[in-house]
Design a protein around this ligand. Sequence first.
Ligand SMILES: [Zn+2]
Length: 377
Amino acid sequence: MHVKELVCIGCGETYTPDRPRYECGCGSSLDVRYDYDDVADAVSWNGLRSRPFNHFRYRAFLPRVDEEERIMMGGGGTPIVPSTVIGDELGIDLQFKLESLNPTGSFKDRGTAVELGTAMAFDADEIVVASTGNMGASIAAYAARAGVDATIYVPESVDGPKLDQMQRHGADIIKVDGDYNAAAKQAWTAYEHGGAYLMGDYPYRGEGEKTVGHEIVDQAEQNETDVDTVAVPVGNGTLIHAVWKGLSEMQQVGLTSGTPRMMGVQAAGCNTVVDALHKGFDAVEPVEDVDTVAGAIACGDPLDGDHAMNAIRESNGFGTAVSDEEILAAKQRLAEAEGIYAEEAGAAALAGILKDADLFEDGETVVCLVTGHGLKT
Ligand SMILES: [Zn+2]
């Protein structure tokens, strides 16, 4: 375990990793920092590849997690498949990373395994979380397996397979009159007053999600490809920052020489990060009335919005906002042309690629994250 400290991305305050922490006293997100000289000494391609292809292959880059067998059910290690149709049409080497094939059908399982493992290392036996659906479904499943009680706050609109997943795994579901941010407030209150461990888009979840970035480098090296751009849907912003962190870490420890640029894609009806990028703001401003068919990325006041913006800027990347019509068209195109069935948010990154196709160079390699399965809607 090579964690050095937690650092505030707003004011720079540092914290020791000896107890759970969710945000800085100033309200900004915390980032988990490591001693990368130690990590570099601990990793090599041969060593990594002697381990199974799942997210714990990269455990040298992760915080302490306890009881790995109780939080491991085959998460991570998702395939990258080349596009058979759309890439040729756009004149790019388009590849899909199928995060929809994680155990509960979304990328959330990576973050859940690490975050729950960390919670158990802090002796948590009860957790509380707010979710638009996928995170709750993932946490309910892993909590059931680990024997931990879970209470999940969801917006009233959450229904269908995601709600069914949560219920069948035995979580207590509390429907909140309002959107995701209203649910997040209630979860925070329950944590403050009830003493349960708070899960969600907080520092340790991003640590699990960054293994997407580790894997992209791992898979590209094996295919002898250089990835130019990674396209990621943006809700709370945790995933895109995490993927960027994973990619950067691989460079930092000498396992790869360059890093791709990050493309963040948001729904136009919840266009927080991309709007701030386009306007050159220093911080993301919340959106009051969120309106999109892509419920999984409908976060009007994104917890990691500034983190996401930093990742896109640091990588010399860019942001794109897509309409509901463009998201639905991408979902259909992905299913029809490529045989990949994604939920709306899971098709958002492709919608951005189709919209901004002229921003890619001929033949450049673009990895498009398909974050959630179509069976979840
Ligand atoms: Zn701070």
